[in-house]
Design a binder for this molecule. Sequence first.
Ligand SMILES: Cc1cc2nc3c(=O)[nH]c(=O)nc-3n(C[C@H](O)[C@H](O)[C@H](O)COP(=O)(O)O)c2cc1C
Ligand SMILES: [Fe+2]
Ligand SMILES: [Fe+2]
Length: 404
Amino acid sequence: MKAVALKKDVYWVGALDWAIRDFHGYETPRGTSYNNYLVVDDEITLIDTVKYDFADITLQNISGVVDPARIRNVIVNHIENDHVTSLDRIMALAPDATIYITEKGKRGLERFFDLDKWKMKVVKSGDTLTTGRKTFRFLETPMLHWPDSMVTYLEEDKILFTQDAFGQHIASSGRFDDEFVAEYSDAELDDAVTDYYANILMPFGTMIKAKIAEIEKLGLDIEIVAPDHGIIWRKDPGKVFRMYLDMANGKANLSVAIIYDTMWQSTEKMIVPITEGIRDAGVRVKVIKLRATPTSVAIKEFWKARGALIGSPTLNNITYPSVAEYLTHLRGLRPKNRLVGAFGSYGWGGGAVKEIYDDFKRMGLDAVEPGLQILYRPSLQDEEVCFQFGKEFAQKVIEYHQKF
Ligand SMILES: Cc1cc2nc3c(=O)[nH]c(=O)nc-3n(C[C@H](O)[C@H](O)[C@H](O)COP(=O)(O)O)c2cc1C
Ligand SMILES: [Fe+2]
Ligand SMILES: [Fe+2]
């Protein structure tokens, strides 16, 4: 790889991970990239590093611009493993460099490295670093998405380096939004942003709104948004802010996602009439079978739709494990502004549907009760009941959607 200029003297020096398909359990069909940035001024500054396996690549990229030994400042915007695990390789070559990091970042980083041997400078919101002609301004963004997180604004070049925020899991030939859209499409880029937001940032909507408001209040003139994954926003950096605000404010499609699993296809047999009922009410529907779909895709589909129906057979009195696992993922993401319901087939005492409603309660989701349970195989009559169930649920989704 070669360094890629964002502006004069500002370079992307990261690495593409074309092959990764499982990013800590999150399916990454497009691969990803670890973006880090080199800013050449009287003093040389590196912003973030890359995942350990890619240390040689970033060092090569840096070496194509300057001798890494000349790095004087290393800004660590985020301490997650994919961004700090080659820090020691950089520091071995530039042992006199100073690391700029938040207080919480420092406390976390000492769990990875012996920090006594490095110069550390703890920074807070509003602090700046001047490297000659250029000034870096730090803004803490705690829980966006870790307690240590911050973003760094390069004033003269009007670039906001945002670590994981505004990223996407994409490996592609172009580094920039316009290049990606020319090669793929706007829709593909939107999907990558939505997928990333749903799986990583869904719990932090309130924080996202507050931080975007804070950035607006600071009046930062932002020409480029440079995240630590995926493409860099230069054609329309406002687009990703608008998408984040929309999602944080509860934007969803007027549609229903049916997310389910089945042992003997009885729960599955309920789905055809349920989808017909939903469509009869004039609402779009998408069906996701959990064991046939990566969890992160099922999370994204839940997030895109205003309504979701969760289907599960009863296994030994409780929810089918793939459905329970999915609901555990979902609970951690603290979804809001979605209307949910549950259904499933059972043989004797049942239990799955009740448990799913208990999970909805724990999540504080708005639920249409009591759901629908069918004994063993749905009969023709049961199919009519399923149709009505789907139709009535979709009608409630239409009503609910009006609030947004
Ligand atoms: C191993 C096993 C355990 C089951 N445990 C229960 C149970 O505890 N309570 C119940 O109501 N039904 C139980 N059932 C019956 C299923 O819920 C029933 O067969 C249902 O129709 C399966 O739906 P499916 O075809 O969507 O998998 C069990 C079935 C299996 C195979
Ligand atoms: Fe992260
Ligand atoms: Fe990351």
